[in-house]
Each structure stands twice: as structure tokens, then as C-alpha cells.
Design a protein around this ligand. Structure first.
Ligand code: APR
Length: 246
């Protein structure tokens, strides 16, 4: 599977020291995790504002948790695919590789990725909804299914919420700063993201302005395709091993 775009991208990656990769739901598609906006995407089945906002949680925390518990169960049954494995190996073998993900599924971590920046949090972490002192820091809870819905804060017994960034919420400033700093690189590559959700979707422009060569890997054209130097149409689980061999 050698195309001109693939050969150009492989040459860029070979000649680079600082490489930053931004991933989205498309990277986990081959692990059986539905994307958000694809044909069978989650947001095609449910309205995001009814399940992934603070207002939705305020209205019906049990309904929101039923959905997140279902997703945790599905992710628990999944395994990292070759795309996750290749990226994990790159982070282990090349100190200049930084991985930024929008995914909350934990599959990059399970593949052994290092230097991972999680923009949208983690579905395996919980946080106190009342923001009690101890509970405002996320805690890890990988129980699937959760014994009680909604789960409670172990510190104040108030409601616990998923440790993810919901629509209308701002990202952790320290995480945004780390991601923005990582745009100072030789090559910035996006993999499996529709490039419509900000601030993540703005990082490729940022990197380009700072002189980075830019690459996109996606099964279909996106908002970012016209501004990157090389757009590769293909599946991450096939393209990344080919790039790695390139
Ligand atoms: N390989 C590469 N790309 C793929 C694959 C694959 N195997 N399968 C699907 N894709 C592409 C789709 O074409 C689409 O452009 O992955 C992209 C997934 O886009 P979205 O579903 O919009 O997911 P993402 O970009 O990660 O969403 C961003 O939006 O819903 C919120 O917080 C949520 O983090 C998420 C954010």
C-alpha cells in the first residue's frame, strides 16, 4: 500500500525529530468503539446535549450514567488495535514524539503510550459533582458495570460525575497549554479526527503557523484536509503500520 502521499509522509516523519500526533475517535474504530459523527456514530443515535452536558447531568444524572456505564462496558471489552500499538511504539522509541488525544477510552494508555496529553479527560476517572475538597481531583474507578448508578463521591457521598470534558465546558488550562506547546514541532499529524471540535481542531493551524509540516490520516476528507501538506485517505490501522515501515 505505497501511495505518493504515504511516501511523502513517511519521508517527513523519517527526517523529523519533534513529532506531535493528535488522535480522535477514528483511531479506536478498529477496536469496535463507535466514532461520534461517523455513519454509526454515537451522535447519530443520541443527541449529545441530552447526555454530554452539565445541564443533562443536572436534569437526570442516572440517565447520563447509564450511557457512560454502557460505553465503559463496551470499551472494557475492546483491545487496542495496530494504530494504538504503532503510536505507542513511536512514543517509546522516539523521545521527540508527543501524543495528544481527544479520546477518553484509555486505549492509548493500554497500548503503553508515553507522553500522552488527554484533552477531553478519561471515562475511567470520576469527579465529585459537588466539587468537595478531596473529590475535585479525579479518581480512577475501572469498575464495569458500576455497582450503583449514579455512583457517589467516596469523600462527601454526593453525586460523582464522569471525568470527561462535556460540551460547553472548558478544558483544563494546563492540558491546553501542554498541547499548544507541543505544536512547536517538525511534523504535526492528525489521525482519525473530523477536525470540528475546538480547541483540538485548531492545533494543526497552530503547528502550521509555527512552521511544522502537517499530515492528516482519515478515511474521508475533513475540514483540515485542504490546509495540511499531505492528506492520506485510509484507515489508521493500515496507514500507521505502513508509515512505520516507510
Ligand atoms: N481510520 C482513520 N479515520 C477514521 C477511521 C479509521 N479506521 N474510522 C473513522 N475515521 C474518521 C472519520 O472519517 C471521522 O472524520 O474519524 C473521524 C471521527 O470523527 P468524530 O466522530 O467527529 O470524532 P472526533 O473527531 O474524535 O470528535 C472530537 O467531539 O464528540 C466530541 O468529545 C468528543 O472527543 C470528541 C470530539
Amino acid at each position: 500500500m505505497i501511495t505518493d502521499a504515504l511516501a511523502r509522509a513517511a519521508a517527513m516523519l523519517r527526517g523529523a525529530t519533534r513529532i506531535t500526533i493528535l488522535t480522535g475517535a477514528g483511531v479506536s474504530a478498529a477496536s469496535g468503539i463507535p466514532t461520534f459523527r461517523g455513519a454509526d456514530g454515537l451522535w447519530r443515535k443520541v443527541r449529545s446535549e441530552t447526555l454530554a452536558t452539565a445541564e443533562a447531568f443536572e436534569n437526570d444524572p442516572k440517565l447520563v450514567w447509564e450511557w457512560y456505564d454502557w460505553r465503559r462496558g463496551m470499551i472494557r471489552g475492546a483491545v487496542p488495535n495496530t494504530a494504538h500499538d504503532v503510536l505507542a511504539r513511536w512514543t517509546r522509541e522516539r523521545p521527540g514524539v508527543t501524543l495528544i488525544t481527544q479520546n477518553v477510552d484509555g486505549l492509548h494508555e493500554r497500548a503503553g503510550s508515553e507522553r500522552l496529553i488527554r484533552l477531553h479527560g478519561s471515562i475511567w476517572h470520576l469527579r465529585c459533582w459537588q466539587r468537595c475538597n478531596e473529590g475535585r481531583r479525579d479518581w480512577l474507578d475501572e469498575t464495569a458495570p458500576l455497582p450503583t448508578l449514579p455512583p457517589r463521591c467516596p469523600y462527601c457521598n454526593g453525586l460523582a460525575r464522569p471525568g470527561v470534558v462535556w460540551f460547553g465546558e472548558s478544558l483544563d488550562p494546563a492540558v491546553v497549554e501542554a498541547a499548544t506547546n507541543a505544536t512547536a514541532c517538525d511534523v504535526f499529524m492528525t489521525v482519525g479526527t473530523s477536525a470540528v471540535v475546538y480547541p483540538a481542531a485548531g492545533l494543526v493551524q497552530h503547528a502550521k503557523r509555527r512552521g511544522a509540516a502537517t499530515i492528516e490520516v482519515n478515511t474521508e476528507p475533513t475540514e483540515a484536509s485542504r490546509l495540511v501538506d499531505v492528506a492520506i485517505l485510509g484507515r489508521a490501522e493500515e496507514v500507521l503500520p505502513a508509515l512505520s515501515a516507510g
